[in-house]
Design a protein around this ligand. Structure first.
Ligand SMILES: *Cc1c(COP(=O)(O)O)cnc(C)c1O
Length: 477
């Protein structure tokens, strides 16, 4: 085995994978039976005998990559997961090999520095104060904006709600959670939030949904009524969480007005921008997040719209103190938590993770490769394509769209019942011709496109529409 020869095998295999994907020489999806894949890749053989190098490595990779869902494929309209730019994959390779740890400064000064830079870059885009370093203890950051990179938007949302709870119930780490905590959510919120609430002991009965308009966006005039109900029920609201944008249909809540209400009522304002906060890079679309500065916390995933491999999510806060006081841990881990003189700082007391891989690298490599203007161009293109696809599909007599898209997510349905939509998706994904999802919105099932691949064009959408027309004829006959 040799690193340089094996890595060139990996490079060649990925290069072939990528050019096949761009040429549409392979299907976007290739879902074989799990047992078949386990056997075909000879997993048991390699586990017993080792030897995954040289020719074996090449054969293994060719097979392995044939079962990979191709996110760069033009016909990938499936999930919100980034087709990563290759430069960000290089960042992942580097941090994977060096195994940089970013939770303790001495374990990864380079990683912590990159994370610090990335967090500050994001804070600036939000319009919050950058992190200021004071002294060199682990309490190095003072009252300014702040944040931390974590493994995904779900953990970032859980972190946000955790620190909101610490603010609302300062003694919570001693006494445990009161049983009457509550959370206010938009009707179209991501289930990561209800999951986080459940983990924190806030059950479904203590989640209060705020009415939305016809697009599903929070109606500001319905917030006071929902808030009053929470109070009348004798509950303590830990936060109101808004979408920027919603996962189902990609709509932004009116953050400016929500922010005013939360300030007046001293309610923690959390913005779930896992998908759509990246619009802050775009001069054209940043207005969708107007008022985001009024939030107390914001989740922003790089592995969605910032061409970064999974996972790299930021939890940003307007006031660093809240994050610092969010986890009041008095654990017996004296090898980790002690005052030490060091030229940087630790973030271990601000995260759910203990060991945390280098996450700044993943995003920094693409930021440094494309520059922020390059990333903005990508976002503009993807949002624009959703608009063009909307115009095209809406004018087609056999199709309908529930709403005009605000982001790169577009929902539509072919005239017919809910079962027909599901049938069409199942057919397409089974054949591997197009990868798309479906979503229930206002009690109807829609086909859902997320424009993530740079290789998708309006031509792709036209091909999809005619494929769906063909399929629906077959189904109806
Ligand atoms: C994707 C998404 C999440 C979950 O984030 P992960 O990174 O997948 O854990 C949460 N909220 C919204 C709005 C999302 O789009």
């Amino acid at each position: 085995m040799s690193f340089t020869s094996d890595i060139s095998i990996v490079t060649q295999a990925l290069n072939q994978f990528y050019s096949d994907t761009l040429a549409k020489a392979k299907p976007v999806l290739n879902q074989q039976e799990l047992d078949h894949i386990v056997a075909d890749l000879k997993l048991e053989h390699y586990a017993q005998n080792g030897g995954l190098a040289n020719r074996d490595l090449k054969q293994f990779l060719d097979k392995y990559l044939s079962y990979v869902t191709r996110l760069h494929h033009a016909n990938n309209l499936g999930h919100q997961c980034a087709p990563p730019h290759y430069s960000s994959a290089l960042g992942s390779l580097v941090t994977g090999f060096a195994n940089t740890v970013s939770s303790i400064y001495e374990m990864g000064p380079a990683s912590v520095s990159l994370e610090y830079f990335v967090i500050n870059w994001m804070l600036e885009k939000v319009g919050w104060e950058k992190v200021r370093i004071r002294g060199n203890s682990r309490h190095a950051m003072s009252t300014s904006g702040g944040g931390v990179l974590v493994n995904g938007g779900s953990i970032a949302n859980l972190t946000a709600l955790t620190i909101a709870r610490s603010k609302v119930v300062p003694e919570v780490w001693k006494t445990g959670s009161p049983s009457n905590l509550a959370l206010l959510l938009p009707a179209e919120s991501h289930y990561a939030l209800t999951k986080a609430a459940g983990i924190m002991g806030i059950g479904a009965q203590s989640i209060y949904y705020i009415d939305g308009d016809e697009t599903g966006a929070i109606r500001p005039d319905s917030i006071p009524g929902t808030f009053k109900k929470v109070m009348d029920d004798g509950k303590i609201p830990i936060a109101l969480a808004a979408n920027a944008c919603s996962t189902s249909v990609g709509i932004y809540d009116p953050l400016d007005e929500i922010g005013d209400f939360c300030r007046e009522n001293k309610l923690w304002f959390h913005v779930d921008g896992a998908h759509g906060a990246s619009a802050l890079l775009s001069d054209k679309h940043m207005g969708l997040l107007k008022g985001v500065q009024k939030a107390d916390s914001l989740v922003w995933d790089a592995h969605k719209l910032l061409q970064t491999p999974s996972l790299c999510a930021a939890l940003l806060v307007r006031n660093m103190e809240h994050l610092d006081q969010g986890f009041q841990i008095h654990q017996n881990a004296s090898y980790l938590f002690h005052e030490k003189h060091q030229p940087g700082f630790d973030s271990i007391h601000r995260t759910i993770e203990t060991t945390k891989s280098g996450l700044g690298e993943k995003f920094f490599f693409v930021l440094a490769g494309l520059g922020e203007k390059g990333l903005a161009r990508y976002i503009d293109n993807q949002y624009q394509l959703a608009q063009e696809a909307y115009t095209y599909i809406r004018e087609h007599p056999n199709f309908e769209c529930p709403i005009s898209p605000q982001s790169n997510i577009l929902c539509f349905r072919i005239k017919g019942d809910n079962a027909l939509q599901l049938h069409i998706r199942n057919h397409l994904t089974k054949e591997g011709t197009f990868y798309l999802t479906t979503v229930a919105f206002k009690e109807k099932r829609y086909l859902r496109l997320v424009f993530m691949s740079e290789n998708t064009t309006l031509e792709t959408v036209k091909e999809l529409v005619s494929e769906i027309m063909e399929l629906s004829k077959g189904i109806r006959d």
